[in-house]
Design a protein around this ligand. Structure first.
Ligand code: SF4
Ligand code: SF4
Length: 292
């Protein structure tokens, strides 16, 4: 079997902004949406947030569902005017789009990530209309958990047939249950189960897509042995510094996205704090593609 080529992109300094806690979905275990009264970040709060931090290389607009933020168009326009690379993390509901939103989302500075739990019978399923509008700009993020493993292959094929060329495999990490990244509840895949699911998917996958894999702190040799040649210096070592700051719609901040449910409110910065969960940042990913 032809091996995959593998890349380990470095995490960029990223400002992740939760611009609303409204959502049109009700995913089990969602830490953010619909929990308290609905609050949208307004444009002047958003501008203050941008001016408050130095050194970010990209921004993720997230929620809740960011397209439901009443100020979404103004916020994304602000990023485009300032020349900021922006990823919009959405559940990809085509009924939330307007012509103006579509035009903004097709700007060259903008990438789209569409999170899904499957294609049927789940709280958040893929909307083919949305995928077809944006095609190659979209990375479909399949959030694995025990009851949607068998949908992964179909999600990959539906995404590919809708024009998407990037599929991201990740998993639900239920930090609320045990307050510990390494202890898993029955609603999530253990680290061992997750790596097994990813390995067996990759073994049989043959579409022309980039597969992004959230490493979850697992060494790539364990994941990808026999599937890809892992360089001795693969980039995980020496990448133990926090490079992500999250800002919420009430303007509170956290350093590690895994602290969303815990609301750890230590002071935040890019590239200064060591990882408190592992010898390298557990949010690192690998990107795999079959050799040419
Ligand atoms: S789509 Fe996202 S924000 Fe909305 S309920 Fe589901 S996980 Fe939460
Ligand atoms: S605490 Fe660790 S996992 Fe979290 S952002 Fe920092 S380096 Fe990454």
């Amino acid at each position: 079997m032809e091996k995959y080529n593998i890349l380990f992109p470095k995490i960029k300094n990223t400002l992740q902004v939760f611009i609303t806690n409204k959502c049109n979905k009700k995913c089990r275990k969602c830490f953010v949406a619909n929990k308290t009264r609905h609050v949208d970040m307004n444009l002047s709060q958003y501008r203050n947030t941008l001016d408050q931090f130095n050194g970010y290389e990209k921004i993720i607009l997230i929620g809740g569902e960011p397209l439901l933020c009443s100020n979404f168009d103004d916020i994304l326009s602000e990023n485009i005017q300032r020349g900021i690379n922006t990823t919009v993390y959405t559940n990809g509901s085509s009924n939330l789009l307007s012509n103006n939103k579509i035009e903004l989302l097709k700007n060259d500075l903008v990438d789209l990530r569409v999170g899904t739990l499957g294609y049927s019978g789940m709280e958040k399923t893929i909307d083919v209309n949305f995928l077809e509008i944006f095609g190659k700009r979209i990375t479909v993020v399949h959030m694995l958990r025990p009851n949607n493993i068998e949908q992964l292959n179909d999600v990959a094929h539906i995404s590919f047939n809708s024009g998407c060329r990037n599929l991201y495999l990740s998993s639900i990490v239920d930090m609320e249950a045990y307050k510990d990244f390494w202890t898993n509840s029955e609603d999530e895949l253990s680290h061992r189960e997750y790596s097994h699911v990813v390995r067996s998917f990759l073994s049989g996958f043959n579409l022309d897509m980039n597969i992004h894999v959230a490493l979850r702190g697992i060494h790539p040799l364990y994941f990808f042995k026999h599937l890809a040649n892992i360089p001795e210096k693969w980039g995980g070592e020496n990448c133990n510094i926090c490079r992500i700051i999250s800002v919420f719609n009430d303007q509170s901040t956290i350093q590690c996205p895994l602290d969303i449910s815990l609301r750890d409110t230590e002071s935040v910065s890019f590239g200064k704090r060591n990882c408190k969960r592992h010898e390298w940042c557990v949010l690192q990913k690998a990107i795999l593609k079959r050799g040419e």
